[in-house]
Design a protein around this ligand. Sequence first.
Ligand SMILES: Cc1cc2nc3c(=O)[nH]c(=O)nc-3n(C[C@H](O)[C@H](O)[C@H](O)COP(=O)(O)OP(=O)(O)OC[C@H]3O[C@@H](n4cnc5c(N)ncnc54)[C@H](O)[C@@H]3O)c2cc1C
Length: 339
Amino acid sequence: MYEIVVVGCGVIGLTTAVAIQGKFKKTCKVTIFTEKLSPHTTSDVAAGIWCPYLYQDTNMKNIVKWSKATYDYLINLWREGHADEAGICLQPLTMVFSNEGHEQPDWLNVPFGTQPLSTEHLETINKQHKKNFKTGIHFITISAEPLKLLPFLQKRFIQNGGAIKMKKIINFNELSNYDVIVNCTGLYSKILAKDDQVVPARGQLVRVKAQWNFQTFLHEDGDGAVIVNYDSTVLGGTCQVNDTNENPSDSDTRMILKKCYELVPAIQKAPLLDITVGLRPVRTRIRVEMETIKVDNKVLRIVHNYGHGGGGITLSYGCALEATELIKGILEDILKHKL
Ligand SMILES: Cc1cc2nc3c(=O)[nH]c(=O)nc-3n(C[C@H](O)[C@H](O)[C@H](O)COP(=O)(O)OP(=O)(O)OC[C@H]3O[C@@H](n4cnc5c(N)ncnc54)[C@H](O)[C@@H]3O)c2cc1C
């Protein structure tokens, strides 16, 4: 039996741990080491909408591959009847743009029913919202509310024989007994993996009660986001690079409410439930990569999976599968050297 350790129990750590169990049912034992669990991770703050965001210079082919694998995974959970427990809502999404000639990213080919908004539809929206949006797009997406998705994945991981240990890892050397170390520590990879390319991007969200709202509405230029969750609607948001203040700010709340009330005026009557803040782990490129480190004649085999920026939920399962393929290569290599 190979011993695999996953460091981190946010959405990336959990999807990776579950994917490893699925791929190597009989040959691997998986343990998670983590400092924090749901509901105390950055992932728990996310609005959970499937929509790639803040992936910086990550290759578009990878964004398409990883986001598609996650879309399919979440839709399958929904189809299999897990939507209630995992907090998955299938829903229409409208995204509007203030500028004409906006380049359409390739990932728009992933979701069902992507189509540009017709001139008539756009005119109606502009009239209703007293705006001057120039173009828009519509597709079917999913929100996977992390506050429900993470406990669901955690339960699956334990049922599959996984173990979770509460411990902050300061140095990978501490895990030298394991055959493979999988690093899913998000923002903390800046320190653990000594990676200066990782930076925080602060995000504040406001949750309201609007159980009559079944439509997610995004302003692509960041001027407001109204996102349907399981039993609340999430209003966003901010994106403040290198701001590490984890407390809600009143001025941000006022700004979020103003933008979102303009975007969907009906929301003005919805009671406020909660205000939350999280630090997105942004990196120049999302890192799903193998690294070997030599410590006292021992080789540590590390698979990194971090830096998912504003799209960790959207890309999670696809990146988990990619990490699993890297682990497969490592295990084959270990076996070759044993023979
Ligand atoms: C306001 C906001 C809204 C967002 N909305 C969306 C959205 O709608 N859709 C979307 O796709 N994405 C969204 N995101 C992005 C998403 O939340 C992140 O990309 C994702 O949470 C990153 O997951 P992660 O598992 O890498 O990190 P985390 O959730 O931070 O998990 C890291 C884990 O590692 C553990 N850890 C860290 N250091 C150590 C250590 N030294 N030893 C042991 N354990 C350690 C932590 O305790 C934690 O368990 C949003 C983010 C924010 C802040």
